[in-house]
Design a protein around this ligand. Structure first.
Ligand SMILES: Nc1ncnc2c1ncn2[C@@H]1O[C@H](COP(=O)(O)OP(=O)(O)OP(=O)(O)O)[C@@H](O)[C@H]1O
Ligand SMILES: [Mg+2]
Length: 245
């Protein structure tokens, strides 16, 4: 479970909040899609959740524990796939997974079993012997996803995970997101791919100019607006609140 309570972030000299009093609770077993235009505040919210940034105001909790009070404890509960894969290019895939397993204190037996399982699921078994520096963008993305699963965290956070993935890789990732949620984890991800969000997510939130402007199941959002697709809801909501602003 993750909770944002009045979570607000204002960067340096900026005169407005990049994230503005976000209140959001995402329960166990939920795949949550965080949607919003470029610059809406998605990555900012995710960085507050992972503890990479401190909120200007408000609080973030992971399974009831405050990120500000117990940063190490909350970090251990999160597997994070960032939006850019600045990875350890000199390491092989196997070395990278061992490195991640070391950080999270995963036993030899568990790491071996999980690495084999996830490498096979993502078609990366062969590539794992090669250096990450030789990987394509999509391969790096997949390896980052596997690295974030090696400690089988109760919370899986992914920032724009579909970018750069081919249809098969994207399908595999979506399947894994559903599988993690079925196993009881909270899966929280940002995306611009609205068709994916509509099909995959139990709930979605639309954020615009730092504010959460809509939240619910995809069906609820369609019901509220009378739109035929999440794409229509998104375009309508982010256009109208732009006029109001
Ligand atoms: N390090 C930073 N310093 C100053 N301002 C920042 C910084 N990072 C983000 N911002 C600002 O905060 C706002 C929200 O940015 P953020 O990266 O959270 O958006 P986003 O929703 O992830 O967008 P995108 O879809 O393009 O990834 C933007 O106005 C951006 O300019
Ligand atoms: Mg972003």
């Amino acid at each position: 479970m993750i909770e944002f309570i009045q979570a607000t972030k204002r960067y340096g000299r900026s005169d407005r909040n990049a994230l503005d009093h976000l209140n959001l609770k995402v329960g166990d077993g939920c795949v949550y899609g965080f949607l919003g235009p470029n610059g809406a505040g998605k990555t900012t919210a995710i960085r507050l959740l992972t503890g990479a940034l401190r909120p200007t105001e408000g609080e973030i909790r992971v399974n009831g524990i405050s990120v500000a009070e117990k940063p190490i404890e909350t970090k251990r509960m999160i597997g994070f796939v960032p939006d850019s894969q600045e990875m350890y290019e000199r390491l092989t895939g196997v070395e990278y997974l061992n490195f991640m397993a070391d950080i999270f204190g995963v036993s030899e037996a568990d790491r071996k079993e999980r690495a084999e399982k996830y490498l096979a699921r993502f078609d990366m078994t062969e590539a794992a012997r090669d250096r990450i520096g030789s990987y394509s963008r999509g391969m790096k993305q997949k390896m980052a996803a596997i690295g974030a699963l090696i400690h089988e965290p109760p919370v899986w956070v992914l920032d724009e995970p579909m970018v750069g993935l081919d249809p098969r890789a994207s399908f595999l990732l979506k399947e894994e997101m559903r599988a993690r949620a079925s196993a009881g984890a909270t899966v929280f991800f940002s995306t611009h791919v609205l068709e994916v969000a509509e099909k995959l997510c139990d709930r979605v939130g639309i954020i615009h100019k730092g504010k959460l402007i809509m939240e619910g199941t995809p069906e609820e959002l369609l019901g509220k607006t009378g739109d035929a697709s999440l794409e229509e809801v998104f375009l309508e909501m982010t256009a109208s609140s732009q006029e109001q602003a």
